[in-house]
Design a binder for this molecule. Structure first.
Ligand code: T46
Length: 133
């Protein structure tokens, strides 16, 4: 089964343009406790390289594009994030890496928890041990 799980957002557009609303338990399958965005990523920079023990997130590229690698310890897949009406659901205990950011990329992330550094697993071997036990 694929690790790539998309959440499709309704486009509330009219002749003036498009609008997407992100609501807890409607468009997004958890209570949103935090929102952050990554932008102006320098050329050839990759980010991520960690997993979260409990955190769930939905990542949406609201401008530009980047490539997301996700890995559950058994399967590694990648996909382009390049559409403001689709979010990638990233479950807990999934390793993620972000590559190939376009200069205009704005990656918006909705998170199920407040920031907590102790929730991060930043070593791949530690992640593999925990994910495959
Ligand atoms: C993820 C991917 C998609 C905070 O203080 N608060 C926050 O809410 C976040 C997200 C980060 N930070 C601090 C922690 C670091 O000192 O900002 C710094 C950069 O964070 P990090 O190196 O973890 O950034 P990325 O781009 O590697 O990963 C981020 C998220 O941390 C992570 O949860 O899934 O984006």
């Amino acid at each position: 089964m694929s690790l790539i799980k998309w959440v499709d957002f309704q486009i509330l557009g009219d002749e003036r343009g498009s609008l997407v609303a992100l609501e807890t338990d409607r468009a997004v399958p958890f209570e949103i406790k935090r929102v952050y965005y990554i932008y102006r990523t320098a050329e050839n920079v990759s980010r991520g390289f960690h997993a979260h023990r409990n955190l769930k997130q939905v990542a949406i590229c609201v401008a530009g594009r980047c490539r997301m690698v996700i890995d559950n310890g058994y399967v590694r897949e990648d996909t382009w994030l390049d559409c403001p009406t689709k979010g990638l659901l990233i479950e807990s205990m999934v390793w993620r890496e972000m590559h190939d950011f376009s200069p205009d990329c704005v990656l918006l992330v909705l998170a199920s928890e407040h920031f907590d550094e102790s929730d991060y697993i930043r070593n791949y071997e530690t992640f593999l041990e925990a994910a495959t036990q």
